[in-house]
Write a new protein. Structure first.
Lengths: 139, 757
């Protein structure tokens, strides 16, 4: 059974492995840190949050200060989807952001499946319906 | 056998002697300060005898529903009275609440439009009044009393919020409490407007009212009101809003007594208690359905409002069966002479606010939302400081508490087979508005803040973009007021009206809601000035979730040495209608164009000088390359995104002239970008080996732990040597005056120049 943990991460409960939800690529031991199965890139934050005000004239420009802000991008090594971003301080150890009790998850997941007729609904199926606004017409 | 026997140790007291001593101390208490047994305890009070009797007798569910409905109507009526009649600017935009509490002081129900956090924190002063003033012969609690308080050390967000707390008696017995709270603004602090950034001690922060009686026999005590008026810059505001809050509370009291007359005393008491207990039971059930484990995030504030520094606010949530633990160990030490500390009681209620607004918005709003949750903090940290530190600008860490948990809970909730609301990235979390003070065009002294604080962009959701300039993160229905009404009373002039800040976006598959630009000046005042309490100019304040990006960094811009009203008579082009164009064009040759960090202490603004900041954007959700290209095109068409950024960030190719989307080229560009990621990305362990450092760079004014563990706390006070403390033995950090540091640096420069000569 695959449990969806984030938009891009799943756990195969039989094999206890992290997987990419986009391409199914194996990302490592689900009892460990999923980031160990990913590629990391130290993105210059001013490339994403660009200086909108002339940086020749001003020190502050709507861009973060790269000496104060590091932006780590995490990619699936197989399909290249960006699974996570991490704003941090340069050199700060990356955060282990998800640490789950796999044994407990197996029990809960089995219960969720039983409660839902055998399958756990996908996160996408839980999205709210988009309402289409009715346009007032005459006649 | 008497207890009076002589003990073997002559210094040891007998049981009877100890009782005498305790009674003596109780009867002769020197000072009734904030009581840690009250303000550190966020659990529900034990059931009273009346509550037990009411619940054991059994109350029909339909009856409870009717009582709750009647209370809800009454609370909303009280809210509307205050909103319509209140003089404080905040009251006019809905920054207020009316609430009902059990006789023990637990917050049980609020007005549907009210600000929940204001009500939650008010449980503490009520419990203080119950504990200390009930049996105090010089005070006591009687029908017709009204108590006031604003000191957040006794429970409160910050001392700009003033409460009116009224006991409700029936047949001579206290049956519940009601409270009405407004963000009043002016409170006599060292800077006008009630949110001083330069306060170095609680005594710089203006009025610090421990709970005391200000009304008797349903009337304000005019001598006390006069004292309070005499202590603030806006005596009209102080008097008017005390009257408004008292009379709204009295109307609420009448409505509650009518409920008791109709349904019985036990129905009211039982309903309030059952609401709390049912909520707590449901919260435990919801905790239990979450996956067991820990999710965490490390975040940083980048300013103390006096100087840039990196103040860490880490956050971890652990689920273990039906237990939930919030862990903030490793946070920045208490800044002993900066005003951005927050007291633990307020911090908890802001976490509860996040849960109410962004995690479980379907639950009734009361303090039981948080009562089953446990907390771990380091004492003497930014989020759990001593009572000696100032906290008037506690909003900085508090807004973090009200925004960041949602992105953590997204990581816990994603796997569940149901939702209570859409998962989301963080709402923008800075108090991005101008605080002002001075003399109005009517010759009155005033100080307060602008409604623009209430226009934060919301975080992107799992199924949709965030909403632009939607609401403050602390209340879903507060609004941004009517500028025309503000300008009738005040001399500040808004030059640009809430124009969305183009290209300042939390990008993602779904983008965060945008903030807007604020551009203000002053006219027809003999003295006026502005300040701000915003940070995030070097390090973004909001991060994305699941691959989304955070908000940009926001500075403050100003144009000094001009009078824009005179300039535009000669050259209408002198006033550009957006910040970027204004600052890049530098249309007025003699003007002084300045861009600085967003945090600014109070400074005078001459007529026609311009000050500019941005309300901020919420965080993005998901990979930018998965954003529907037509949604990117829509953003371009709505002029909130440039075609250049559409291409650079989203890899969506749009002709800047025709705005025609090139779908084929966009697909190619996205494929190419995914391949580039695989080339430039490095395996995690290999990356960490090179990149991770044993500590922050020496020249970085860094405060807090390094890494996920919180045992060791680094303190790097600006201009001083770095040192390390143990997290559980931490002491507050006293920072030097930034002007002293500047003087020292300049003196060194002069010395060096003299030595050269």
């Amino acid at each position: 059974m695959i449990i969806n943990i984030t938009e891009y991460l799943g756990i195969n409960l039989e094999t206890e492995r992290w997987i990419c939800r986009r391409c199914g690529h194996d990302l490592g031991d689900a009892r460990g840190n999923y980031k160990e199965g990913l590629l990391v890139y130290d993105r210059d934050p001013t490339e994403i949050h660009k200086p909108l005000i002339d940086n020749q004239k001003y020190e502050y420009t709507f861009s973060p200060d790269p000496n104060w802000t590091a932006l780590l991008e995490y990619y699936c090594p197989n399909c290249g989807v960006m699974m996570e971003t991490e704003y941090t301080v340069p050199g700060h150890p990356p955060t282990r952001d998800i640490e789950l009790d796999i044994d407990s998850l197996k029990i809960k997941a089995a219960q969720w499946a039983r409660d839902n007729g055998g399958d756990i609904p996908s996160p996408e199926s839980l999205h709210r319906p988009r309402f289409k606004r009715k346009v007032h017409t005459h006649g | 056998m008497s207890d009076k026997k002589v003990t073997s140790n002559p210094t040891e007291l007998s049981i009877e002697e100890k009782k005498i001593l305790e009674k003596f101390v109780d009867d002769n208490q020197l000072f009734y300060g904030p009581d840690p047994q009250i303000v550190r305890n966020h659990k529900l009070m034990p059931r009273t005898e009346e509550e037990t009797r009411a619940l054991e007798a059994g109350i029909d569910a339909q009856r409870i529903n009717l009582v709750r409905g009647r209370l809800e109507s009454a609370l909303e009526e009280g809210f509307n009275m205050v909103e319509k009649m209140g003089v404080a600017p905040g009251a006019k935009w809905g920054d207020l609440v009316t609430a009902v509490f059990t006789s023990s002081g637990d917050m049980a129900q609020i007005a549907p439009s009210g600000i929940g956090v204001f009500a939650s924190v008010c449980q503490y002063p009520i419990k203080f009044i119950n504990k200390y003033w009930t049996n105090e012969s010089t005070v006591g609690i009687k029908d017709g009393d009204g108590f006031i308080h604003n000191d957040s050390r006794y429970g409160g967000v910050h001392n700009t919020d003033q409460s009116m707390i009224v006991p409700v008696f029936y047949s001579g017995k206290l049956i519940c409490w009601i409270a009405t709270i407004i963000h009043e603004g002016e409170n006599g602090s060292i800077e006008p407007g009630g949110l001083p950034s330069i306060a170095e001690s609680p005594f710089d922060e203006g009025l610090k009212m421990s709970p005391f009686r200000c009304a008797e026999n349903f009337e304000l005590k005019r001598d006390l009101v006069n004292f309070l008026q005499n202590s603030v810059r806006d005596p009209k505001l102080q008097y008017a809003d005390m009257k408004v809050k008292l009379h709204a509370s009295l109307r609420l009291r009448e409505r509650i007594l009518a409920v008791v007359e109709e349904f019985g005393e036990e129905a009211l008491i039982g309903s309030l208690r059952k609401t709390l207990e049912d909520t707590e039971t449901e919260v435990r059930r919801r905790i239990k359905e979450l996956p067991d484990g820990t999710v965490r995030i490390n975040t940083w504030l980048d300013h103390s409002l006096r100087e840039p520094l990196l103040a860490k606010v880490p956050m971890a949530v652990t689920i273990d069966d039906d237990r939930m633990v919030f862990d903030f160990r490793g946070a920045c030490p208490e800044l002993a002479n900066r005003s951005i500390n927050t007291h633990i009681s307020a911090f908890k209620t802001c976490l509860a606010t996040n849960m109410i607004l962004y995690v479980w918005p379907d639950l009734p709003v009361n303090q039981a939302i948080f009562s089953p949750i446990e907390m771990r903090t380091n004492r003497n940290s930014l989020v759990d400081p001593s009572n000696d530190s100032p906290n008037a600008m506690s909003l900085l860490p508090l807004f973090r508490a009200m925004s960041i948990p949602a992105s953590l809970f997204a990581k816990l909730y994603f796997c569940l087979p149901k939702r209570y609301t859409a998962l989301s990235a963080s709402h923008y979390n800075q108090p991005a508005t101008f605080i002002y003070g001075g003399i109005t065009q009517h010759g009155e002294v005033t100080g307060n803040f602008c409604a623009d604080i209430n226009g934060n962009g919301t975080g992107a959701r799992e199924d949709n973009d965030g909403e632009n300039a939607m609401s403050p993160l602390f209340g879903a229905v507060a609004d941004t007021g009517e500028q025309e009404l503000a300008e009738e009373e005040l001399p500040y002039v808004r030059l640009v009206g809430q124009q969305l800040a183009k290209d300042r976006i939390g990008f993602g598959k779904y983008r965060g809601g945008l903030g807007y630009e604020q551009m203000v000046t002053v006219r027809s005042s003999s003295f006026w000035g502005f300040m701000t309490g915003q940070c995030g100019s070097k390090h973004p304040s909001v991060y994305g979730v699941f691959g989304g990006y955070g908000c940009p960094a926001y500075p403050l811009a100003k144009v000094k040495g001009i009078n824009i009203f005179e300039e535009i008579k000669e050259n209408p082009n002198a006033l550009k209608l957006d910040i970027v164009e204004m600052m890049n064009a530098q249309e007025i040759p003699e003007a002084d164009y300045v861009v600085q960090e967003a945090a600014m202490s109070f400074e005078p603004c001459a007529e026609g000088e311009i000050y500019m900041i941005c309300q901020g954007a919420g965080g993005g959700y998901g990979d930018v390359l998965e954003r529907d290209p037509f949604q990117v095109l829509k953003d371009v068409e709505e002029n909130i995104l440039s075609t250049a950024l559409a291409e650079e960030i989203y890899k969506v190719i749009i002709d800047p002239e025709t705005l025609i989307l090139d779908e084929t080229a966009s697909i190619s560009a996205r494929c190419e970008e995914r391949e580039k990621r695989k080339v430039r990305g490095r395996p995690y362990k290999e990356f960490c080996k090179d990149w991770v450092q044993p500590g922050p760079p020496e020249d970085l004014p860094y405060m807090g732990s390094w890494g996920d563990a919180g045992e060791e706390i680094i303190a790097s006070p600006p201009g001083e040597s770095r040192y390390v403390m143990k997290g559980d033995e931490m002491a507050g950090v006293m920072l030097s005056n930034p002007k002293d540091r500047r003087i020292r640096d300049l003196e060194n420069e002069i010395r060096q120049l003299r030595n050269k000569n």
